[in-house]
Design a protein around this ligand. Sequence first.
Ligand SMILES: *Cc1c(COP(=O)(O)O)cnc(C)c1O
Length: 434
Amino acid sequence: MKFPTTREGQVVALEQAIMSGTAPDGGLYVPEALPSFTTADFDSLETLSDVAARLLQPFFAGSSLETELAGICSAALNFPAPLRVLEDNGPGLSVLEMFHGPTAAFKDVGARFLAEAMVRIIRAGRYAQPPVTIIVATSGDTGGAVAAAYHGKSGTRVVVLFPDGRVSPRQQHQLTCWGDNIISLAVRGEFDDCQRLAKEAFADKKLNAAHNLCSANSINVGRLLPQAAYFAMASLEHYRQTGDSTNFVVPTGNLGNGLACVWAKRMGLPIDRIVLATNANMTIPDFLATGDWMPRVSRSTLASAMDVGDPSNMERLRALCGDADQIRKVVSAYSVDDDLIRATICDEYMRHGIAWCPHTATGLHIYRQLPRHERAERHWVVVATAHAAKFDTIVEPLLGIKIDPPAELAELLDWPSRFETIDADLGEIERAIS
Ligand SMILES: *Cc1c(COP(=O)(O)O)cnc(C)c1O
């Protein structure tokens, strides 16, 4: 399959869409068409890796990665993604636990898939010459997932830029514990400064020529495609048990996770309603309410991985669906402020004895707020996007308990941390990577 951009610029091959991240016309790469599936196409496919290999086959057809797809899926998607039933009265409520990967957030899915795909593209030597240097600006979860995914991968080096003093202690550890081919840089400034530096680096011809710069940012189509697979897997699991489709509540920031759910639905998977849960950053709910797209600067909230005031993937959703009226037919969106996030973490712990992260709490709150008849009409799945132990400094004081990190995260926390602190200046990056 070929990949045009949302702005109808140049059409590129899958490999090029993956290696370049953003398109030269400023738009985002999208698949030229979404294939159609029936549930029977997935008969006997149960694991995330097997479902992904089937679902993504049409996107990889005709590319040099076509025969590698199954290998990419089994190497990248080798951790559990259980659908945990929380309530089974009536159609019930489940939580799709996307935090059992190495860095305990769903970002592992996209980052690991992208790394496996890129390494194979680099090895083939046609679209990029090794070694490549991947620059990633992060406000927390993305950088850790990307560093973990590329750590020790030959032909690659990763530069992680994070805002000094503005990520949680455990997140910072995940950004800085790697060494080897991972360079961690704490930037004196905000996340926006990190993002600006990354953009400046990509725009600098000399730096690009010297280091073969590549991006692994969250708008890379190679990160979005595999995310559609967990919505497919969860909806198929429910369909096999009940013969019915599933409604989803998706915690949303940059709208990657939500868009992947829309893609899965459009490809014919048994998905009915899609409800987006945002934090106090209300750009998407406001757009659906008023029809006016008004991006703004992001606000800091407890669900920090969703602090996005100008969600990039709306451009893809608009390219797919059309104007606000059309988009409203596919998704709805509601905002949850910090007080409600705190209250929900406490309420859910009282209800089921489970501690959820602040992002997952936005989704659970939206589910609880739905009118009773909507909850009674169909099974709902709330996507659990990160493990509560990653946000221990928020969740532990609220609940007055200690939350043990999952085994893989605990292991990382034992590794020594090393990083350099730099000014928000491109020269500093040039020096650090030369
Ligand atoms: C990135 C992230 C989100 C938001 O996902 P988007 O694809 O940006 O909408 C939600 N929760 C967690 C834990 C995340 O890391």
